[in-house]
Structures are given as C-alpha cells and as structure tokens.
Design a protein around this ligand. Structure first.
Ligand SMILES: NC(=O)c1ccc[n+]([C@@H]2O[C@H](COP(=O)([O-])OP(=O)(O)OC[C@H]3O[C@@H](n4cnc5c(N)ncnc54)[C@H](O)[C@@H]3O)[C@@H](O)[C@H]2O)c1
Length: 321
C-alpha cells in the first residue's frame, strides 16, 4: 500500500489525479498539497496540506508527518504563464523539483514527474517525434522540462531513486480549468460551444498538436508508477500519445453535436510561437513496449463525452432554478 503526496494538487491534473489515487489506495493514504486550496467538491475527502515546493522544510515536514513513500510532483508553471514570468518559472519548475528530489532521496520516496511535449523544440522531427531525439526547446517551459527529465534520470542513476515520468500532450478535461498552457484552447472551445455556439481561437486553424483526454492521462500516470521496473529502459520521460489535431478539425467534430457552432481565429503571436516550436505528433512505442501503454479515447469519443459531461454540469440542480 502506498502513502502518496501530490504537489500542485489544486490544478487541472491534480483535481482528477487525487480522487483517482484515493479510490485506488484509500482517501487517507493520499495527501493533496498546494499553495492554494483545491476548488470544488471532493477536495475535503482526504488530507490537504499547504506545501510550497520551493520550501524544502515544508515538503520534508509533510513527507515525515504522513510517512510518504511516493510523490506525484505536479506543481509547476505552464507554458504560456512561464513565458511571461521566466524567472519564477525557473524557481518553481526547477527549484521545486530539486527540493522534492532531495527530500525523496533522504526518505527513499519514488517520484513521478509530468514532463510535456514542450520538452521538444523546432529541431525535433515534427511528425511522430521519437522517444529519443533532439530536444532543443526555445521556451523557458521547455528548458525546465528537459532539465527536469535529465535531473530525474540523474537521481535514478546516481542515487538509485525510483523516478518515472510521462511526456504528456495537451490535456482535455471538464473538471478543472487549464492553468495557462498553449493547448488551453482545446478545453475553452467546449465551454464556449455550449454557451455561445461560437469560439475565437488563439491558435491558427491548422496548428496541429498532440492531445489527450484526461482519463487516459490519469490512468497512464498510475500505470507507469506500477510498471515492473525490470522492464523499464526509459524512466524520464515516456512519450504518450492519443490523438493529434488542429483547431479546425476539433471544430468539425464539435459541429457533429452542435451543428450551428462557429469558430474564428485571433492568433496570439506568443502562444502561436510556442505551438509552432512543438511537434505535431509523437511516437509512443517505447511506452507501449515497456509498460503496455494504450490510449482508450480518440477525438470522436472524447468530444462526445466532453459535451455530455459539460451539459450535465450546466443543468440546474432543480428544474425551477
Ligand atoms: N495540463 C496539461 O495539459 C499538461 C500537459 C503536459 C504537462 N503538464 C504538466 O503537469 C503538471 C501539472 O499541470 P496542471 O495542468 O495541473 O497545471 P495547473 O497550472 O493547473 O496546476 C499547477 C498547480 O501548481 C500549483 N503551484 C504553483 N506554484 C507552486 C508552488 N511553489 N508550490 C506548490 N504548488 C504550486 C498551482 O497553485 C496549481 O494549482 C505540470 O508540471 C505541467 O507542466 C500539464
């Protein structure tokens, strides 16, 4: 039985990872932590601690108090926010990880780290980017993600720490809002389609990126930590893919369910430049071979489910509301 700490638990991923871990390991075995209180119902179902990951004493105290053996380290600044505050991004993304790894080393904890397709750059092959390839990102987010992958590898080879990670694509979910990334449009579009039948996209119509529905990502994050270590050649970080599409393609899919939906484009040069530096799709054969990764959701099933779930959430609790 694991005793798990999740940092950055109030964010888009943590809002769904924490309940999934609690269902599997028991509510009291999963400590959620963040610098802000988790929004929404369900967050009070297990322990919550204030942990700023740039303060080693706070991490250390919680790991000791709850006898933690596994840390899911989610706290980070995402790509668009990081580009606006590169110094803070370095401090949180690298400083936070370094302190988490140091506490994990002292206590012998396993560490999961979510890397990103942002760890690739313009010189990475744009189509089906391989597991092992050129990684020369041009964003501060990407620089911290490559460095994080390397630092986690280093703690494994140098200190024998059980570090594992996934290079996650843009994540689509209906539970918590995205935290300021380049793929936020693929969540916003659903809310706007249902509310206004119209969405103005900040990326170009043909800007193709790798994407994944949150249930696949959550399952992948749990499965990789349960994989047989003897089979793992790569640890930090596995490419995981599910679907690759551009805004015009998702708009077409949404129109199957919302026929009068319209999309137009007002390109944000900063986020477009980030998107242009990332590959269109990635090759996840290493994850498939080494621990049996397989996505369950494609663009059609994800779109249907997103619209259904969001419609349910928008429905008033009482008919007279
Ligand atoms: N969401 C995606 O599409 C995506 C894709 C690839 C990788 N990732 C990675 O997954 C991780 C989590 O992403 P997310 O989408 O949930 O992000 P998010 O922005 O929604 O959540 C991040 C959380 O970290 C917290 N945080 C910020 N600074 C902190 C600090 N100093 N100490 C503790 N907590 C702090 C924030 O309050 C926030 O709740 C990040 O490492 C991100 O790079 C996310």
């Amino acid at each position: 039985m694991r005793r798990i700490l999740v940092t950055g638990a109030a964010g888009q991923i943590g809002s769904e990872l924490v309940p999934a871990l609690r269902e599997r390991f028991g509510a009291d075995s999963v400590v959620a932590s963040d610098v802000r209180f988790p929004p929404g119902p369900g967050s009070e179902e297990g322990p919550f601690e204030h942990v700023d990951c740039t303060h080693i004493r706070e991490i250390d105290a919680v790991v000791r108090r709850h006898d933690v053996d596994t840390i899911y380290h989610l706290a980070a600044l995402l790509s668009a926010v990081a580009e606006e505050k590169p110094r803070v991004a370095w401090e949180v993304n690298m400083g936070g990880l370094y302190r988490v790894l140091e506490v994990a080393r002292a206590k012998g904890c396993a560490v999961f780290l979510p890397s990103s397709i942002g760890a690739f750059g313009p010189s990475t092959p744009a189509v089906s980017a391989p597991q092992d390839t050129l990684q020369r990102p041009t964003t501060i987010y990407g620089v911290t993600k490559v460095s994080s992958e390397l630092l986690c590898d280093y703690y494994h080879t140098r200190f024998g720490l059980d570090t594992r990670g996934l290079r996650l694509p843009g994540l689509i979910s209906y539970v918590a809002p995205p935290g300021g990334g380049t793929t936020d449009w693929a969540v916003e579009i659903f809310h706007q389609a249902l509310r206004y039948r119209h969405y103005t996209c900040f990326l170009r119509a043909d800007s193709c990126l790798e994407m994944m529905y949150m249930p696949d990502a959550i399952r992948g994050m749990i499965e990789v930590m349960e994989a047989d270590p003897g089979r793992l050649e790569h640890r930090n970080a596995f490419n995981v893919a599910a679907m690759s599409f551009a805004p015009e393609r998702l708009a077409e899919e949404i129109r199957r369910h919302v026929p009068d939906f319209r999309i137009d484009y007002q390109v944000d040069p900063s986020r477009q430049a980030i998107a242009d530096s990332w590959p269109d799709s990635i090759d996840d054969s290493a994850a498939r071979q080494e621990w049996g990764w397989k996505p369950e959701w494609d663009i059609a099933s994800m779109t249907r489910d997103m619209l259904e779930r969001l419609r349910e959430r928008q429905r008033p609790a009482f008919p007279s509301d």
